[in-house]
Write a protein that binds this ligand. Structure first.
Ligand code: FES
Ligand SMILES: [Fe+2]
Length: 371
């Protein structure tokens, strides 16, 4: 973590503390979020993660299944991550209470005598559903105090189009509320300024664009189109296959941006998620898979630089946001951001009332901007 990022984060923590931490952090509960890379979660070892300000302890059972529990012992609140995993059991380091890793149910309280009437099996440590996809451990963050849905939704999975492919993962922390991370991700107007480079595009290449969008469940799609002539990677794809390239970009709540580029039999598929860690900190997890003749070691430096450019920009933005300035969303370059906020508000409203969610778009629309 850079020094600038550390300073901003510290300032954020202090501001949150001063504000008394009362305000609604604006998280979207009842969705899957990537908590960690699969490779970080090892058998018989505990790891920690923070998602939506909930501390989690992650690990694997003896069978290799990932599990997630609230990182607080229901007895005195000490983090369970100070304890140990023993087969399929998590043992607290303080008084040795033992919990079933796949349900959170208490199995044993060592201090109880045969006279004690306490119903051990009625005690549960907070427990969250886990799934592994695309090299991540996903955790279903159900709203505090609410039961799990009867029919659990599937955790998101990256689309791939052939049996053999390359895959790579990158991550970066942003010192911002997830809303800023998300609207930064879908923002079409910053490319020529933030991502100026020989391999992507030049500032002088700005031109007017018209893109068609359509509603999809919980989100919107930039309909299949031929990507901008001023993006070098797409030009490369076209050169390799000699066939036209089509790109489809989706955004779906709570935080998923997926992009699929196809040209003949060649394809490139990627997903970026912006996951809230705290109200002032989010993380981009980026995974890409492709069958192009492009080695991972050649692709990664470019993707890393791209993410780094976004991160540096958001560190600067966080400096401005600390003073609570008034902000603007303009047409039509910021229309996607407006849809995001409307989707989020409408989802929360439909959950509150039980009525079906109203989609902010009535049908396909064309947006125009210069970038
Ligand atoms: S605090 Fe965990 S067993 Fe007492
Ligand atoms: Fe960007």
């Amino acid at each position: 973590m850079s020094e600038a990022l550390r300073t901003i984060l510290q300032a954020g923590v202090e501001a949150t503390r001063e504000a008394g931490c009362e305000a609604d952090p604006g998280f979207l509960w009842d969705f899957w979020y990537p908590a960690a890379r699969s490779t970080e979660i090892r058998a018989q070892k505990v790891s920690r993660a923070l998602l939506l300000e909930v501390p989690l302890v992650l690990g694997r059972t003896a069978e290799g299944e990932a599990f997630a529990m609230r990182d607080a012992c229901p007895h005195r609140g000490i983090p369970l991550s100070y304890g140990r995993v023993d087969g399929n059991v998590v043992e607290c380091c303080y008084h040795g209470w033992r919990f079933d890793a796949s349900t959170g149910q208490c199995l044993e309280i060592p201090s109880l005598t045969s006279q004690d009437k306490l119903k051990v099996e009625r005690i549960f440590a907070g427990h969250y559903p886990c799934a592994e996809r695309d090299g991540y451990v996903w955790v279903y963050m159900n709203a505090p105090g609410s039961p799990l849905p009867e029919k659990m939704p599937e955790a998101p999975g990256l689309k791939v189009f052939s049996e053999k492919y390359k895959i790579t993962h990158l991550a970066c922390d942003l010192p911002s509320h997830m809303d800023h991370g998300i609207i930064g991700l879908m923002d079409p107007a910053h490319g020529p300024f933030v991502h100026q480079s020989w391999f992507w595009r030049k500032r002088a290449s700005i031109h007017e664009k018209a893109k068609q969008f359509e509603p999809i469940p919980n989100g919107f799609r930039m309909s299949a189109h031929t990507p901008s002539a001023n993006s070098a990677p797409y030009q490369l794809l076209k050169k390799i296959t000699g066939e036209p390239v089509t790109t489809t970009i989706d955004f779906a709540l709570p935080n998923l941006r997926t992009e699929i580029d196809q040209s003949g039999k060649q394809w490139f598929s990627s997903r970026a998620t912006v996951t809230p860690v705290r109200r002032d900190l989010c993380r981009i997890d980026f995974v890409a898979a492709w069958n192009l003749p492009l080695p991972v070691f050649l692709f990664r430096p470019f993707a890393k630089k791209f993410l780094r450019q976004d991160q540096e920009t958001m560190i600067k933005q966080a400096e401005g946001l600390r003073h609570n300035p008034r902000l603007m969303l303009i047409d039509e370059a910021d229309r996607q951001a407006k849809w995001y906020f409307a989707l989020k508000a409408n989802l929360l409203e439909s959950r509150r009332t039980g009525a079906p969610m109203v989609h902010p778009m009535d049908g396909p629309v064309t947006l125009r901007w210069r970038s």
